[in-house]
Design a protein around this ligand. Structure first.
Ligand code: FES
Length: 576
C-alpha cells in the first residue's frame, strides 16, 4: 500500500518524476529524508481572526504536533475553511456543506496517512466529521473545547444562554445600554466554544459518543492544560492509526455508534442543530437514520445533564464532574458498550475508566433525572408532514399542550419589521409563525426560529410563547419553539398555507402539530398553492446556486443530495 509522501502523486505522467518534484519542493522547508519517510499526520488549521471559538487552535496544533512526533510520525498542518458562528452571513449553516467539501477534498488531495480534525464552533465539527466519513481516512477529531464562565454582579454567566437572557432583559427595559455593554465584555471571558449545551458542546459530545475523539475530549475547557494534554494524546494516537491504517471512520460510524449518539443527544439536553448534523453524518456514512427511533428514545432516556439551557451549570462543571464518560455510565443499560473508539478501546472501556466525583450535581442519576424525558421530540401533523422538532427540555411545561391563534410572518425580514410594532395584533396566548426561513427559503435555514417575544408583550412580562417555523434555533436558547418544519414553506410545504387567525394545536405528548382547519379547506389551500406557487428570487451562480439546487430538507440533514453515501436518502418518509 502506498503511504506517506508517495500517496496521491500529482499527475505528470511520470510517477518517479512526481515524487522527485514533490520531495524537491518540500525540502525547501528544511525537512530531512528521515522526516519525509515517516507516516504523515495531517492537521487541519481552522484558526481565523473571525473565529474566537478557535482562538486556541495555534496552541493546540503545537500540542498535536508534539504527540505525532512522540509516536514517530510527521505532522503536516494545512488550512481549511473556518466558520465563526456570529461572523457568517447569511448564516453559518449555509457554509457547513462548503466546509465539508473543502475538508474532504483537501484530505483526499494531499498525502497523509491519518488526519487530526481540529474544530469547535457550531458548524465546524459536523462539517469535518461529514468530510471524514466521506474521505474515510483514519481520523481523530479534536475539539477546541468550551470557554470558561464569566461573572457579572456576583452572577455566573456563560455564552450564550445568558446572552439571550440578558438581551431579553435589555429589550424589556430592565437593563440599560451601559450595563448591557458591560455584560458583552463578560459573557465570553476566554477563547473556546460556548460554555452551555449549545450546538458546539452538543457536537463535541456527539463526536465523543461516536468514538471519533478521545474520552473526555468534549469537555476540557479551551484554556486549560487538560485541553493541551488531550491534544498531545490525539496527535500521538493519530500517528499510531496512521501506521496501523485503522480504524477508519467507516469502522466507527456504524448503526450502533449512531444510536449511541442519539441516546447521548437526548440525555444531554442537546441542541436541535445536533439532530440535523447527526442525520447528515449518518448520511455520509450510509447509516440509516430513524427519526421515529430517535423520538422513541426520547420517551425512555431522561435528560441527565444539569447544564444550561435545560439546567443550571456550564461545560467546565461537566468536565470537573467526570466528563461525558461519567454521564454515559448512567446510560450503560441503553448504550452499545462494544462500539469501538478511536482510542483503541471500546465505549465500555471509556466508561469503566470514568472518574467518580462525589457530591456533584451536574450529572444526575437515572433515578433522579433533570427532566423525566429526553431533550427532543419529533412532531408530525398536517402542517409538518415530514416532521418538526421541539426541544421540550428547554420549553415552558404549561405550553407543551396549547392551542392558539396564528400570527404569521412571511419572512425573516417581515418578522424583523413588525415584531416590535406596538400596534401588532398579538397576545400572549397566540402562536407566532415564521415561514420562508428553511434550507432554501432563507437560504441556509438561519437560527431565526427563536422569534423574539413581541416588544409590547415583553414589556408586559411575557417570557415565552409558542413559536413555530421552518428555521433552526441556537442550542443555547430557551422557549417553547417548534423548528425544522419539513417540507419548508419555500418548496411548497403546508406552512405556506397558514393564515393569520387560524387555530394551531401543539401537543408534545401526542407528538402533534396541527393546523385546525377542515380537511377540505386544507386541500383547497394546498391546491391553490400548487397552482400559483410563491414567487421568490433564486440564485443563478456560484455556491448559492449549488446550495439552492442540491440542499436536502431538515429531515435529511440539509446535506447536498450528491454527497450522501450512494446518493441515498437516510430518513424514511413517515409513511414508508
Ligand atoms: Fe462558536 Fe458558540 S459561537 S461555539
Amino acid at each position: 500500500m502506498t503511504t506517506g509522501l508517495r500517496k496521491g502523486l500529482t499527475s505528470y505522467g511520470d510517477a518517479g518524476f512526481s515524487l522527485f518534484l514533490r520531495k524537491a519542493f518540500i525540502k525547501a522547508m528544511g525537512y530531512s529524508d528521515d522526516a519525509l519517510e515517516r507516516p504523515i499526520v495531517g492537521i487541519t488549521n481552522t484558526f481565523s481572526d473571525y473565529n474566537p471559538c478557535h482562538g486556541n487552535v495555534p496552541d493546540l496544533i503545537e500540542s498535536v504536533k508534539r504527540g505525532v512526533m512522540l509516536a514517530g510520525g510527521l505532522p503536516m498542518v494545512f488550512p481549511t475553511i473556518s466558520i465563526g458562528e456570529s461572523f457568517a452571513h447569511p448564516t453559518s449553516m449555509f457554509l457547513r456543506n462548503l466546509m465539508a467539501m473543502d475538508t474532504e477534498e483537501m484530505i483526499k488531495a494531499q498525502p497523509m496517512d491519518s488526519v487530526v480534525l481540529l474544530g469547535g464552533c457550531d458548524k465546524t465539527l459536523p462539517a469535518q466529521v461529514m468530510a471524514a466519513a466521506s474521505a474515510d481516512l483514519p481520523t481523530v477529531v479534536l475539539q477546541t473545547g468550551p470557554m470558561v464562565v464569566g461573572n457579572h454582579k456576583g452572577e455566573v454567566l456563560g455564552a450564550c444562554t445568558d446572552c439571550r437572557r440578558m438581551w431579553a432583559q435589555h429589550r424589556a427595559g430592565n437593563i440599560d445600554l451601559v450595563e448591557i455593554e458591560t455584560i458583552s465584555g463578560r459573557l465570553c471571558p476566554s477563547v473556546g466554544t460556548c460554555s452551555v449545551m449549545g450546538t458546539a458542546s452538543t457536537m463535541a459530545c456527539i463526536v465523543e459518543a461516536l468514538g471519533l475523539a478521545l474520552p473526555c475530549s468534549a469537555t476540557a475547557p479551551a484554556p486549560l492544560a487538560d485541553r493541551r494534554r488531550i491534544a498531545e494524546a490525539s496527535g500521538k494516537r493519530a500517528a499510531e492509526i496512521a501506521i496501523a491504517g485503522k480504524p477508519k471512520p467507516s469502522d466507527l460510524l456504524t448503526p450502533a455508534s449512531v444510536r449511541n449518539a442519539m441516546i447521548v443527544l437526548q440525555a444531554i439536553g442537546g441542541s436541535t442543530n445536533g439532530l440535523i448534523h447527526l442525520i447528515a453524518i449518518a448520511g455520509r456514512a450510509g447509516v440509516p437514520f430513524d427519526l421515529a427511533a430517535f423520538d422513541q428514545l426520547g420517551r425512555v432516556i431522561p435528560v441527565l445533564l444539569n447544564l444550561k439551557p435545560s439546567g443550571a451549570h456550564y461545560m467546565e462543571h461537566l468536565h470537573h464532574a467526570g466528563g461525558l464518560p461519567a454521564l454515559m455510565r448512567e446510560l450503560t443499560a441503553f448504550l452499545d458498550l462494544d462500539a469501538p473508539n478511536v482510542s483503541g478501546g471500546t465505549l465500555g472501556d471509556a466508561i469503566a475508566a470514568a472518574e467518580q466525583v462525589p457530591n456533584q450535581d451536574v450529572i444526575r442519576s437515572f433515578a433522579s433525572p433533570l427532566k423525566p424525558e429526553g431533550a427532543m421530540a419529533i412532531l408530525y401533523g398536517n402542517v409538518a408532514p415530514l416532521g418538526a422538532v421541539i426541544k421540550h427540555s428547554a420549553a415552558s411545561p404549561h405550553l407543551l399542550r396549547h392551542t392558539g391563534r396564528a400570527v404569521v410572518f412571511d419572512s425573516i425580514e417581515d418578522m424583523t419589521n413588525r415584531i416590535d410594532d406596538l400596534n401588532l395584533d398579538v397576545a400572549a396566548e397566540d402562536i407566532l409563525v415564521l415561514r420562508n426561513a428553511g434550507p432554501r427559503g432563507a437560504p441556509g435555514m438561519p437560527e431565526a426560529g427563536y422569534l423574539p417575544i413581541p416588544m409590547k408583550l415583553a414589556r408586559q412580562g411575557v417570557k415565552d410563547m409558542v413559536r413555530i417555523s421552518d428555521a433552526r434555533m441556537s442550542g443555547t436558547a430557551f422557549g417553547t419553539i417548534v423548528l425544522h418544519i419539513a417540507p419548508e414553506s419555500a418548496v411548497g410545504g403546508p406552512l405556506a398555507i397558514v393564515h393569520n387567525g387560524d387555530q394551531i394545536l401543539l401537543d408534545v405528548e401526542s407528538r402533534r402539530l396541527e393546523l385546525l382547519i377542515a380537511d377540505a379547506e386544507l386541500e383547497q389551500r394546498l391546491a391553490a398553492l400548487k397552482q400559483s406557487p410563491q414567487q421568490r428570487e433564486t440564485p443563478q451562480r456560484g455556491y448559492a446556486k449549488l446550495f439552492e439546487d442540491c440542499v436536502l430538507q431538515a429531515d435529511q440533514g440539509c446535506d447536498f443530495d450528491f454527497l450522501l453515501r450512494d446518493g441515498a436518502r437516510t430518513t424514511p418518509k413517515k409513511d414508508e
